[in-house]
Design a protein around this ligand. Structure first.
Ligand SMILES: Nc1nc2c(ncn2[C@@H]2O[C@H](COP(=O)(O)OP(=O)(O)OP(=O)(O)O)[C@@H](O)[C@H]2O)c(=O)[nH]1
Ligand SMILES: [Mg+2]
Length: 307
C-alpha cells in the first residue's frame, strides 16, 4: 500500500586489462586463464539500490596484443603503463519496480531482471621488441655494429656499459627490412641481476634471432672461450627458450686483429663445436657486414624449425 519501493540492482563488474611496465611476461596468465568479475548487488526493498561490483583488473606487460579466440580479430593492444583495455563489460543491473512508477501505473508489479555480462575467450600475445638481438659482453662492439647496419645512432665508447637501454635500428637486405636491438652488455650474474641484469635479458627474450658478438681484436687480453661460455650460461640461466633461440656468432673488430695473439682460432673452434655460423666482421672497414645482414634476413624469413 505504500507504493513501489523495489530498488535497482547494481551493475556487474567489467573485466579489464591493465598495462604494467614492471610485468614482463604473460606467464601468469598461462596458469590462471579464467577471470570473472563479480555480479552487482541485488536491489532491495525501501528503494535500496544494489552496489555496482568492482572491476576485475588483469595486469599484462606492455606490448600485449589481444585477439578474440575464435575469430582472431584484434580487439586492441596495451602499450602504455596504466593503460586499460575493457575486454568484457559487466552486466547491467536490473530495475526495481519503483522505476516503473508512472501516472498510468501507480502500483507497478513489474521489474526487469537486468542483463548478463559479456563473456569471451581471448588470446594474448606479447609483441616482439625486435627481430634480432645483439648480445655480448660490454665493449664487444654491438652498438658500433648497429650503427653500421642501420641508421640508428647509439652511443659508442671505449668503456663497458656505454649502452644503458635498448636501441633499435632498421636493417635491410634486398627488399626485406628487419629490426635489430642493441642492448646493454651482459656480464656474469646478469641473470640474477648483476650489471644492468634482468631488465635487458627480458628485452632480448622478445627477439627471434640472436647475434652473439665477440671482440675478436685480441686487444682485451681476455679468454674468448671463457667469455663466450659466460654469455651462454647467463642466457640459459635466464630462460631455456632464450638459450635455444637461433643464433649466429659474430667475431668483431677484425681490423684490429693482432697476429701474435689472434683469438680467431679459438672462436672458430667454438663455432664448430656448437654448430654455429660465424661471421668475421669489422664495423670500421665494413668487412663481413653484408654477409651477416644477408644471413640474418634469411634466418628471419625461414619458418621456425627449418632455419
Ligand atoms: N677498430 C675498431 N673498433 C671498433 C669496432 N667495433 C667497435 N669498436 C670500438 O670498440 C669500442 C666499444 O664499442 P661499442 O660499440 O660501444 O661496444 P658495445 O658492445 O656496444 O659496448 P656496451 O654498450 O658497453 O655493451 C668503441 O671504442 C668502438 O669504437 C671495429 O670494428 N673496429
Ligand atoms: Mg653499446
Amino acid at each position: 500500500m505504500g507504493g513501489p519501493d523495489g530498488g535497482n540492482g547494481g551493475s556487474g563488474g567489467d573485466v579489464v586489462l591493465v598495462g604494467r611496465v614492471n610485468q614482463n611476461t604473460l606467464l601468469p596468465l598461462r596458469f590462471h586463464t579464467e577471470f570473472r568479475a563479480k555480479r552487482g548487488g541485488h536491489g532491495g526493498p525501501s528503494n535500496r539500490t544494489g552496489r555496482d561490483a568492482p572491476d576485475t583488473l588483469i595486469d599484462v606487460p606492455l606490448g600485449t596484443i589481444v585477439r578474440e579466440e575464435d575469430t582472431d580479430l584484434v580487439l586492441g593492444e596495451v602499450v602504455a603503463d596504466g593503460e586499460q583495455l575493457l575486454i568484457a563489460k559487466g552486466g547491467r543491473g536490473g530495475r526495481g519496480n519503483k522505476s516503473y512508477l508512472s501516472n498510468m501505473n501507480r502500483a507497478p508489479r513489474n521489474a526487469d531482471p537486468g542483463e548478463a555480462g559479456e563473456e569471451r575467450w581471448l588470446r594474448l600475445d606479447l609483441k616482439l621488441l625486435a627481430d634480432v638481438g645483439l648480445v655480448g659482453l660490454p665493449n664487444a662492439g654491438k652498438s658500433t655494429l648497429l650503427s653500421k647496419i642501420s641508421a640508428a645512432k647509439p652511443k659508442i665508447a671505449d668503456y663497458p656499459f656505454t649502452t644503458l637501454s635498448p636501441v633499435l635500428g632498421m636493417a635491410s637486405f634486398d627488399d626485406y627490412d628487419f629490426v635489430v636491438a642493441d642492448v646493454p652488455g651482459i656480464i656474469e650474474g646478469a641473470s640474477t641481476g648483476s650489471g644492468l641484469g634482468l631488465d635487458f635479458l627480458r628485452h632480448i627474450e622478445r627477439t627471434r634471432v640472436l647475434a652473439h658478438v665477440i671482440d675478436a681484436s685480441g686487444l682485451s687480453g681476455r679468454d674468448v672461450t671463457e667469455d663466450y661460455e659466460t654469455i651462454c650460461r647467463e642466457l640459459r640461466a635466464f630462460s631455456e627458450a632464450l638459450a635455444s633461440r637461433p643464433r649466429v656468432l659474430v667475431a668483431s673488430k677484425r681490423d684490429l686483429a693482432r697476429e701474435d695473439a689472434d683469438p680467431l682460432p679459438a672462436i672458430r673452434a667454438i663455432a664448430k663445436r656448437d654448430d654455429l655460423e660465424l661471421f668475421e666482421i669489422s664495423a670500421a672497414t665494413g668487412q663481413g657486414l653484408k654477409e651477416l645482414v644477408g644471413r640474418l634476413a634469411s634466418m628471419l624469413q625461414t619458418p621456425r624449425g627449418e632455419a
